[in-house]
Each structure stands twice: as C-alpha cells, then as structure tokens.
Design a protein around this ligand. Sequence first.
Ligand code: PXG
Length: 439
Amino acid sequence: MNVHSKPNDLSAFWMPFTANRQFKKAPRLFVAAKDMHYVTNDGRKVLDGTAGLWCVNAGHCRPKIADAVARQAATLDYAGTFQMGHDKAFEAASCLVNIAPKGFDHVFFTNSGSESVETALKMAIAYHRAKGNASKVRLIGRERGYHGVNFGGTSVGGISNNRKMFGTLLGGIDHLRHTHDLTRNAFSRGQPAHGAELADDLERLVALHDASTIAACIVEPVACSTGVLIPPKGYLERLAAICAKHDILLIFDEVITAFGRLGAPFGTDYFGVTPDIITTAKGITNGVVPFGAVFVTNKVFDAFMQGPEDAIDFFHGYTYSGHPMAAAACIAAIDTYQEEGLLTRATELAPYWEERLHALKGLPHVIDLRNIGLIGAIEVEPIPGQPGKRAYDLFVKAFESGLLIRQTGDIIALSPPLIISTDQIDQLFDTMSNVLKAV
Ligand code: PXG
C-alpha cells in the first residue's frame, strides 16, 4: 500500500459537521479503502463500523462499480435529462423499480438525501394541488428526525442544533413527538414494546390545523442520525392509518434504511407498512457517486399525468438528475447487492449482531443498547455538564484502536457494510468493550 503523508495545508477545506479547529490539530485521514477496511495516512487499517456514513453497503472499492464508473466517464460523461435523456438513467430507474416495494413503479432522480427530501416535500404539495386540494400545504415532521440540511429538510427535521442557527425556517410546519423512551424501552431487542400511541400525535395535529391544510407527514422508519430510534411495535402501522384517513401523504425517508440495512431491500418491506413516497440516496450507488432517488406510488405519479401531454408535469429537477456516472454506479451497485444477496443478508447476521451488542450490557457508562437489522446503538451516560463528550472520547479511542464508529450526542451508532463476517463482528464488539472500559 502506497501511504501518503498529510496534505500540506488543511485550512482551505471548511469541513461539514466538524469541529474544524479541533480536527485539524489531530486529523483523522484516509488514503485508501478495500472491502471492510479503510487505510489511514499513517498506514493503519481501520475496520469500517459505519459503512462510511451509512452508505457503503457492499464494502469499499468494489471492482464492478469502479469499472462501471470508469467506463461511463470515458463513454458518455454528461448528458442532461430535461427534455432529453440517455440510456443509463432509464436503465437505472428500471433497475431500481425492479427491487422497490410493490406499487412503486416510478423514480425521480436527485444527487443526495437532502435533495430527495426537498423533492418529496415539493411533490407532496404539488400532488394535492394537482388533485384540486390546493389548501393542503402543511408539512409534518417529527422531533429528533433528520431529513438533510436544506431548508425544507431542516424545517421538518427535529434536531435542535441543526435548526437553531438558521432563523425561522419554513412556515407551515409542525412536529410529532419522538418515540425515544428509555424509561419504558431501555435494552429492547429489535422494536421496543411501548410507544405505538405516540402516532396519535398526528390526530392531535389534525385537530389543531385541520386535515384540509396538511399535505404530508415525513418520518424515517428508523431515525438513525439522531441516535438510532427504532419505531415501537405498531407505531408505523398506526401512523400510516391516520395518514390514509385524512388524505395526508406519508413519506418514508429511507436514505439510510433502503438497500438492505434492515435485512429487506427497503424499510417499507421490512415493516410491511407502505407509504406514498420513499426518499433514498447513500446506498443507491454504494456511496461511490452522489445520487438519490425518490420513489413514488402510481397514485402519486398518475396525479401528475393528467394535464395536457405537451405541458411539463413537474417543474422541478437538477442539472445532474440521472447523471450518467451516478446512474452507471447505481446499476452496478444494485447488481452487486443482488448477486451477493446483500439486500437480505442483514437478516442472517441480525441474531449474532444482536447477541454481541447486548453482551455489552453492564459495561461502564452503558445506559441503553438497541438494534435492528444491521444497525446498533450504544447510549452512554453523559459526563455531567459536558453532553456528547463521553461518546466523542469513545469515538476517538475506537479510531485509535482500529475501528470507525459514529457519534451523535452521547450515542454511538454502528452500521457496518453488509458484507461483514462474524469474525469482524467479534472484532468490532471486542474493541467496543475495551474502549468502554478505557474511557
Ligand atoms: N435523510 C436521512 C434519513 C438521512 O439520514 C439525509 C436525509 C440527507 O442526506 P445527504 O445525502 O444530503 O447527507 C440523511 C443523511 C450520521 C450521518 O452520522 C447521517 C447522514 C448524513 C451524514 C452523517 O448519522 N444522513
């Protein structure tokens, strides 16, 4: 392995969601990756316990995807998709609807999860207008939800730090309460038993605003960025029923849960609850090229196809919607997932994963452990007056011990590539056990 030294100047890059000054004093830099591992600039192998940022579902530098991107770059580097097109975008769309939950026969392309969310929110409002219900414009999110960083997603999102710096955000937004309840549900395995009734918050908001003003409700089936909040048994079913009753479109933000993370192709399949719109990104190209897709039911799509045939049906899109390289990466990623059974592999691994995670119970600072599919979370007792510090220290220690984990507040999230072996699961949890004892 050819190991490079540090870049000569770290100052120009204003890093996202990063304590820039702290990071640049002691940077963590990668120079290469293969399958389950990163290689650092000082030549160390680091086990990827987070699939990059929840996106590298088939592991790193998979030759089929790399080749497809290289071939595409040399064949057709760019073509737009506004009133023109190219074969790869259509092929990628067909490939995606082929593995999508039943009834989702159309996709709209974006370049990220944030753009998928903006697209879905605009789609929902435009859908009701197309149906003659122009007053249905309000959007309902949920506390502790994460829907990316654009104005719509920040507004329906429910993470205080992401909201408080940015003014009043969009109007016409309200939030359900979150479902995280350590008093009743700590150390649950899989879906917690308590909290289905929290879905009734939507009825409360309907009573307040009236259904005639509400366009959509957006939730992550599993709220991951905010610390892995797993829906209580019956919660999503109840939320879907309330949405259907009031003609409110239900949007599942599956930017993380799509493409096998839970052990089924989509969270929609896993939970057996069907929304109207599904937002995706991340795993759609195995993280190789930025890309996103919004899946819609035929009900939603058909509503846009009622006007004159020569009129643009949705005044929305991006220069790079269906970009050839992203589309090529997507096709190759889906092929890889299918060839290797990765869209369902988490189901096989989940029992072992669950056992190893919950064996951390009783170690210092651990106040909750929770899991679903190939996702795990370790919640630790905060250091008094220093929220987030304990989990940050765990993150740094784990990194120094050859394991990449993700910290959010005082929660550690774990979500390795779906190719992980049981030996590597052992290594991951042995390392976590050691660092928990060390901080
Ligand atoms: N929706 C959901 C549910 C997400 O998890 C986005 C939208 C936005 O996607 P983009 O591609 O615009 O970043 C996300 C992104 C973390 C972490 O550590 C999570 C995300 C991004 C970066 C870090 O939990 N989720």
